[in-house]
Ligand binder design. Structure first.
Ligand SMILES: Nc1ncnc2c1ncn2[C@@H]1O[C@H](COP(=O)(O)OP(=O)(O)OP(=O)(O)O)[C@@H](O)[C@H]1O
Length: 285
C-alpha cells in the first residue's frame, strides 16, 4: 500500500539526511506502529508517506515512496489526500477555520474534492456515527475540547475515504480524557480493518492495537516485528524508547525469581496479569 524503497531525505536546512535508506512496507488492512526516540525521524517519515515531503517541505531525496500505484514525489498533494490521510499532533491547528459547525468542517475536504452533495452528506453522517461524534454535529469546532477536536480531525480525513490513515502522535497534546476519546476512535477505526500507520510514544497503546512495529533510530529503520517481540527487545533502552510498565514490572519480578525465565515478558495488562497469576499459583502449590 505504502512502500518506501531506499528512501533518504534531507530538509532544505539539514546538514545531513534525517532519513536514511528507509525501506518499509505499510500493508493493506494492517495496523502499523512507528516508534523511536525524540528526533529520530518519525514525523519526517510520516510526512514523506503522506506527500508533505517533498511537496510542502522541499528538500533533497533519493529512493522512492509509492502509495499503491502512485509515486508520491510525482503526484500532486490534492490527489494524494484521497489516498493518504494525515492527522497531526495539534488538533487546534487542523481546524480549517473556514466552517462554522463540526458537520461542515468534516464536509470541507469532500467539498474540495467536488463530491456530489447527497453523497457527501451521507459520508459525513456515516463517519460521525462511526466515531460517535454525532452529538457534536452543530457545535463550532472551536468550542470543542482538544480530544473532541482531534476526533473531528480524524473524521475530516476519514470522510475522504483514504486507503491509509496516518496519525502522528494524535494524543500527545491531550489530557487523559481527550486521549481516551482518540484511543476509542482508533479502536473503532481498527475494527473497520482500515490500514493505519500510527506514530506513537505510548507503547501500551501500540501493544494493544498494532499488528506490526517499526523502530526508527537516527533516521534508519533498525527493527521491525510483532509488538510482543519488539517491545521486549533488549535494545529498547539503547534505542531510547523505554518499555511498557508491564514489561518493567515483570523484569523486576524475574530478577527476584518471581517471573520464570521460560515465560516471555508481557507488553499488555492481560499478559502481565496472566504471568503474575501463574507465579502466585505456583507459590501456593
Ligand atoms: N522542518 C525541518 N527542517 C530541518 N530539520 C528538521 C525539520 N523538522 C525536523 N527536523 C529535524 O529532523 C530530525 C527528525 O525530526 P522528526 O520531527 O522527524 O523526529 P521525531 O522522531 O518525529 O521526533 P519527536 O518524537 O520529538 O516528534 C530532527 O533532527 C529534527 O531536528
Amino acid at each position: 500500500m505504502i512502500t518506501f524503497r531506499d528512501f533518504t531525505y534531507a530538509y532544505p536546512t539539514s546538514e545531513a539526511p534525517v532519513l536514511r535508506d528507509i525501506s518499509l512496507d505499510v500493508r493493506p488492512g494492517r495496523f502499523h506502529g512507528l516508534i523511536g526516540a525524540s528526533g529520530s525521524g518519525k514525523s519526517t517519515l510520516a510526512m514523506a508517506a503522506a506527500g508533505f515531503i517533498p511537496h510542502a517541505q522541499g528538500g533533497e531525496h533519493t529512493g522512492s515512496v509509492t502509495v499503491g500505484d502512485l509515486v508520491v514525489a510525482d503526484t500532486p498533494l490534492p490527489e494524494l489526500v484521497t489516498r493518504v490521510g494525515l492527522v497531526q499532533q495539534d488538533p487546534f491547528n487542523q481546524i480549517s477555520g473556514a466552517r462554522f459547525s463540526v458537520r461542515e468542517e468534516i464536509a470541507f475536504g469532500c467539498e474540495n474534492l467536488g463530491i456530489e452533495r447527497d453523497a457527501m452528506r451521507e459520508r459525513v453522517e456515516e463517519v460521525m456515527e462511526r466515531l460517535r461524534i454525532g452529538h457534536l454535529a452543530d457545535r463550532s469546532p472551536y468550542e470543542l475540547s482538544g480530544g473532541q477536536q482531534q476526533v473531528v480531525a480524524v473524521a475530516s480525513m476519514l470522510v475522504m475515504r483514504p486507503d491509509v490513515l496516518i496519525l502522528d502522535e494524535p494524543t500527545s497534546q491531550l489530557d487523559p480524557g481527550g486521549s481516551r476519546m482518540v484511543v476509542e476512535a482508533l479502536a473503532a477505526i481498527r475494527a473497520t480493518g482500515m490500514t493505519v500507520l500510527l506514530v506513537e510514544h505510548k507503547l501500551e497503546l501500540l501493544a494493544e492495537h498494532a499488528d506490526e512495529l517499526h523502530v526508527v533510530a537516527d533516521g534508519r529503520i533498525v527493527a521491525e516485528g510483532a509488538p510482543a517481540d519488539i517491545l521486549t527487545d533488549p535494545r529498547m533502552d539503547a534505542w531510547g524508547i523505554g518499555r511498557t510498565r508491564f514489561t518493567v514490572a515483570a523484569t523486576e519480578a524475574r530478577r527476584d525469581g518471581m517471573w520464570s525465565q521460560e515465560r516471555a515478558l508481557p507488553v499488555t495488562l492481560d499478559g502481565a496479569a496472566d504471568g503474575f497469576r501463574a507465579a502466585i499459583k505456583g507459590e501456593q502449590e
